[in-house]
Write a protein that binds this ligand. Structure first.
Ligand SMILES: *[C@@H]1O[C@H](CO)[C@@H](O)[C@H](O)[C@H]1NC(C)=O
Ligand SMILES: *[C@@H]1O[C@H](CO)[C@@H](O)[C@H](O)[C@H]1NC(C)=O
Ligand SMILES: *[C@@H]1O[C@H](CO)[C@@H](O)[C@H](O)[C@H]1NC(C)=O
Ligand SMILES: *[C@@H]1O[C@H](CO)[C@@H](O)[C@H](O)[C@H]1NC(C)=O
Length: 265
């Protein structure tokens, strides 16, 4: 074999090798890997390397992350790509619905009711005197017909729960207006006056020289008595005023009533 023969053989070999490489490199040209990258092999084959979450020879299958039933307590699994979500039933939270949500955390019970957490909800246990799903109803007691709440005309006012208050009319006191008030207790009569308790009131019997409801007024007598017939002369607003004994009248008590004018009694 001459040198040209050697050259030709090399050329043929080169073409064969090139053909082989070209043949090997075209397998990936058709993008056979749906979710991944393609690597050419020899013999016109290829290999797929998949994006996370896909499987299959051509990375065509979205791997079902829900296959193992990861959601607890009846949660519904929603498959994603290399992930899943759980749709939880009411009352459960957490990635896998593993936590029973405590509905009592928001303190839904009013008026010191006790909250009891249930699987899907809560119950309020009310203290006496309250009712309703959230203990929001303050039970009325004033209009109960079984019992008189306030005596002696007292007005019943609702309090929290079974509590109530009585607004007593004047002269009455006590939780249920059952006590009379002793108006003399505060010693209202001054200057030695004697107190007489009356209903919702008092009277004062004043000592000589004092007058007024509480004997608080000092009677000012006139320096010289210009009134006649034993009348009393008193200074009022700077003026002398005569107070007559019965049967007498007139500015200075100088006149006497004629009883005959009244006719037979
Ligand atoms: C290529 O094909 C030949 C002949 O069919 C075989 O012997 C060889 O194992 C193959 N190589 C690969 C990597 O598949
Ligand atoms: C899961 O939930 C997240 C947040 O809501 C959302 O971004 C994601 O798309 C959801 N995935 C699936 C598979 O539903
Ligand atoms: C609830 O409890 C608080 C604290 O003990 C108290 O002050 C309040 O009066 C209570 N409320 C009712 C409606 O009983
Ligand atoms: C008291 O009043 C409430 C609300 O007005 C009413 O529901 C209830 O029947 C009344 N009770 C009586 C005994 O009248």
């Amino acid at each position: 074999m001459g040198s040209t023969g050697v050259k030709r053989s090399l050329r043929v070999a080169w073409i064969l090798i090139t053909a082989k490489v070209v043949a090997a490199g075209i397998a990936c040209l058709s993008n056979p890997c749906l979710h991944g990258i393609c690597i050419d092999d020899v013999n016109s084959t290829y290999s797929c390397y998949c994006v996370d979450g896909y499987t299959g020879v051509q990375c065509q299958t979205n791997w079902d992350e829900c296959w193992s039933d990861p959601c607890e307590n009846g949660g519904t699994c929603i498959d994603g790509i290399a992930s899943y979500n759980c749709s939880c039933p009411e009352g459960f939270i957490g990635d896998n619905c593993e936590t029973n949500f405590n509905e009592c955390e928001s303190n839904p019970c009013q008026n010191n009711g006790t909250c009891i957490d249930m699987t899907n909800g809560y119950l309020c246990s009310c203290i006496p005197g309250f009712a309703g799903d959230h203990c929001e109803v303050d039970i009325a007691v004033c209009n109960s017909s079984e019992e008189v709440r306030c005596y002696n005309g007292g007005q019943c006012i609702e309090g929290p729960g079974y509590k109530f208050y009585c607004k007593c009319p004047p002269g009455w006191a006590g939780k249920k207006c059952e006590d009379t008030v002793d108006e003399c207790e505060s010693n209202p009569c001054q200057n030695g006056g004697i107190c007489i308790d009356a209903h919702a009131d008092y009277m004062c019997a004043c000592t000589f020289g004092f007058t007024g409801k509480s004997c608080e007024v000092t009677i000012e007598f006139c320096d010289s008595n210009s009134c006649s017939k034993n009348a009393i002369c008193v200074v009022e607003d700077g003026l002398q005023v005569c107070y007559c004994v019965p049967d007498y009248h007139g500015d200075r008590c100088e006149l006497q009533y004629d009883e005959c004018l009244l006719g037979p009694g």
